[in-house]
Design a protein around this ligand. Sequence first.
Ligand SMILES: Nc1ncnc2c1ncn2[C@@H]1O[C@H](COP(=O)(O)OP(=O)(O)O)[C@@H](O)[C@H]1O
Ligand SMILES: [Mg+2]
Length: 376
Amino acid sequence: MPEPVLGILTLYLNDAKQLEEKSVYRRMIIEGSRIGLDVFVFTPADVHVSKEQINALVYDIKSGTWSRKWRSFPNMIYDRCRIQRSQRFQQLLRFRARYDHLTFLNRPLRNKWTVHQTFSQRSRFRQHMPETLLYQSSADLHRMLKFSPVVYVKPINGTGGRGILRIERQREGKHLYDIQGRRQSRQIIAPRKVTLNRLESIVRQWCLGGRFLVQQGIPLRLPSGRFHDYRMLVQKNGQGVWEFTGMAGRVGAARSVTSNLHGGGHAMKAEVLLKQWLGSEERADKAMRTAEKLGLEAAAYLEDSFGALCELALDLAIDREGKIYVLEVNPKPAREVFARSGDSATYRKALIRPLEYAMWVYKNKNTPSSAKTVEE
Ligand SMILES: Nc1ncnc2c1ncn2[C@@H]1O[C@H](COP(=O)(O)OP(=O)(O)O)[C@@H](O)[C@H]1O
Ligand SMILES: [Mg+2]
């Protein structure tokens, strides 16, 4: 019997056809071969529609080399493409629409605002959502500043900590506000104090040409002055069941209001950081367990709401009382955070689980449904 085939769908970074995660894909191909899964990499630009073939990137494990090979469409597709403003992304949208009938392990999620509204429909999740409004005018900014002394402004389609503004109401009188942030280019905007009038016009400018959220800021400043949060990964396993893979702490760069690794942040073991932050191992354990349960239930709920998912990363803010907030969910997470926090076992698990899940999907797809019920 031929081996099941998994195609990793990605996008070229540029016209030189470079790939961002090539070394990750290489590892996945090697791990795939160990469990009997044939894995190749392709982009929408490599698909020959009339020939019904793909000029795929294949990796030869023995010689350790990449090459091109014409391949049939894979049995399953693992989509790694992230939103970007480019022709390549438009081509991806056409690919997804045309080949909708193929088996995708994961489907794209929606923007941060739609996801927030979806979570907010359930009290189970609403309690873990920061207060959030879609910015329409200065009135929304006022409302949020009344509710919370710290407010974050961020794009509904942002990634990697881009285009994020942090506003803090000054405690002592004079109606001054501290603002700092990161531009679309991720360049750091140094902190400065402004009046309410000035703040309004800065935010108005900031939100031009896109849709933005104004969100309650969760207090995440460490004693060192840096901001931190937690990245949790849940994935479907080889039995098709959601499982917790791991959690890591992220500490932002100096002067950064975001903790994303791409913005110069560094990773730590979650247990270590949480214990420091909450003051005891017991409180850290409790928060970890609550977070884990939340992550698993959130993934299942989003899958029901938006379609197939095989993994989900959650950016979690945990305040000093141990209360957990979901800042963002990411259906196509990088796993580097686990390698960088020194947790190589979790890193490996994070790479292998989608492959084991693909095997499960393949088996179930090709088992007649009556046989499946008997198995259950
Ligand atoms: N409401 C908030 N309170 C505190 N920090 C926040 C808040 N929203 C975002 N951040 C910080 O900014 C980072 C990036 O925000 P996020 O919503 O995850 O967007 P992105 O898609 O750019 O990663 C977070 O990892 C966190 O460090
Ligand atoms: Mg994020």
